[in-house]
Ligand binder design. Sequence first.
Ligand SMILES: [Zn+2]
Length: 429
Amino acid sequence: MAKRQRTGIYLRPEVIVGNPGYIEALQEKLGLNLVIIFFAAALPDSVLAKSPFDGVPLSDACLEGLLIKHLDGGVVDPLEFDNARSCVGPAVRATAEETAVGSAVDALRKAGVEIWMCGGCYTERRLMYCPSNPAVNDWLEAVHVHSATAYDVDGLDVTHARYPMGSFPRGLFSCTCDHCRTRARELGYDMDEMIAALMAARERLRQIDGKLLSRACDLGMGFLDVAQALDLRSGVLDWYRFRADLLTENLSRFSRAVKSAAGEEMLFGADIHPASLSLFVGQDHATFHKFADFASPLVSHISAFLCNTLVEWARFLTRENQQIGEPEALRIVYRFLGYDGMGLPESIAEYRIDEPQTLAYRIPVQKLVMRDLVKARLLLSPELPSYPVIHGEGWPREAVDGIVEESRAVGHDGIIWQGTTDLVDFDLK
Ligand SMILES: [Zn+2]
């Protein structure tokens, strides 16, 4: 595919329908040439018949049977169960805006912009459906094929095709269910060895001299130092490779199904987690081109994806090893996760993590985002078009302008906006 420059925005269909003139204003002020609509339409009976749910709402037993399992055997987190109960199957809500989707597509066609449909996948914040469960994958394939073919759209943009974000550490150590055990074997991995290696690394972290670890970290530790410090076995790396291989295979299957139903010209792509952390959620930049016509580095969620993760891991370290205090834990986390040296907060309190809407004013947001965008461009195949997702509201304007300019300079191919109130003066209803 030619590397087309795109300026896009995510919009719900009812926003497009309820705000005549908005798309034209975005075309004029931002050079908008792409709109990504969230799929919110009713599904035909032929697709609904493939739902792995046993009803709406589904039973607790059915839900637990579909969710990922932590390596301790428990479920990952029951917090999002109510969301699941309001769905007809994984990632599709029971409430549908049929008319709005059709009218929105018509309005966008008239405006002359490219249209991508955005569909969900395995995760809903902390909740995740097992990516090895055949019923889950049959359902998602049917939903993706339907949303790419039921309306006049140019592409399918899959979101939430990942494991739970790093700020929910239990998600990092899932899924170990029987389906995943089988898939691991098929992909050449040994589930028992991976679990044993993860447990051994954790035990080592608990026993290591935390004071010396902090000091060595401040002096400068590299990848091989960490391998020795935690006595890492290959099973630890295998665990993260296995999860990424699994998602790459599944997305390749969805991509083939969509193109075989809608034609080769139908684009297929997905958003991707901030590069420094993406292997922790099963997303491998280096293999994205195997199934995707484009990638959208999702660097807009600076609190949920990034800062909350840094804070949670620092807390985890202080709990695991009593000799590591909070400031040291933050420094270790910044260094090991690739965010050191940019002036991130020295204490957890400074983040004021419960006020995410103003977080961009307390951290060096441009440096933070650019660090992941430089890595993303380095790691993605050079031929794969890349459209970073950033905020056009709630971030300092000079940081937004700086990110747009710098990301083009390092080779990204445009921007996808999440919100535009700070960029375009339009009274949105
Ligand atoms: Zn599983």
